[in-house]
Design a protein around this ligand. Structure first.
Ligand code: FNR
Length: 190
């Protein structure tokens, strides 16, 4: 079966991030046809368009990493009912300079976890709006709002609740199918 490359961005920079745990679980549960790699935005400076004429090397490497993958997965917390500033900064970099938006035609999916009952739903809506503007075809369903309870996912990404594990495995299987469908009509680098 055809394999696809997926880069994932974790919205949190915190050491003990529950979204990093979720990302680890998703890597474990992804079908073997998905090659998963993290794309870090930790070292990016704050964007402003004065950089557009000459992007710093770390930003060029970041954009290259996005260009090299066939799909992008966002695993994000909700901060103040939106996405963390660091993630928005990274997306702003990737979307520029004008005409060189890294997300255009790039299939994406959004998922996140928080201790609260709505499990990052509001942040995800906000992110979806940004990705729409960036012309990224997004997987609409299944949606995934994961309420994090203590011990739900171990530091190594093992999911301790069977129904959640099944749900996340199916989510990644659906993402593989979505990427394949999008690439059929919008081949990468076409
Ligand atoms: C939060 N948290 C939070 N949770 C939520 O469900 N909705 C929200 O709007 C917010 N807002 C918010 C703002 C800021 C600045 C912080 C630091 C936290 C709580 C948040 O879900 C919790 O800290 C998670 O652990 C964050 O995910 P990571 O960073 O551990 O992956």
């Amino acid at each position: 079966m055809t394999t696809h490359t997926v880069g994932y961005l974790i919205g949190s920079l915190a050491k003990g991030s529950i979204n990093r745990k979720l990302a680890k679980a998703l890597v474990r549960l992804a079908p073997p046809e998905l090659q998963m790699s993290e794309i870090s935005f930790r070292d990016l400076p704050l964007y402003n368009y004065d950089y557009d004429a000459d992007f710093p090397p770390e930003v060029r490497a970041f954009k290259k990493a996005i260009a090299s993958v066939e799909g992008v997965l966002f695993v994000t917390p909700e901060y103040n009912r939106s996405i963390p500033g660091g993630l928005k900064n990274a997306i702003d970099w990737a979307s520029r300079p004008y005409g060189k938006n890294s997300f255009t035609r790039k299939p994406s999916a959004v998922i996140g976890t928080s201790p609260g009952a709505i499990g990052t739903a509001v942040a995800q809506q906000s992110l979806r709006s940004v990705l729409s503007f960036c012309n990224s075809p997004q997987m609409n369903a299944p949606e995934a709002y994961i309420q994090f309870t203590p011990g739900l996912i171990t530091d190594d990404g093992e999911v301790t609740v069977k129904s959640t594990e099944d749900f996340l495995r199916n989510y990644m299987a659906e993402f593989r199918l979505f990427i394949a469908r999008v690439l059929q009509v919008l081949p990468k680098d076409a």
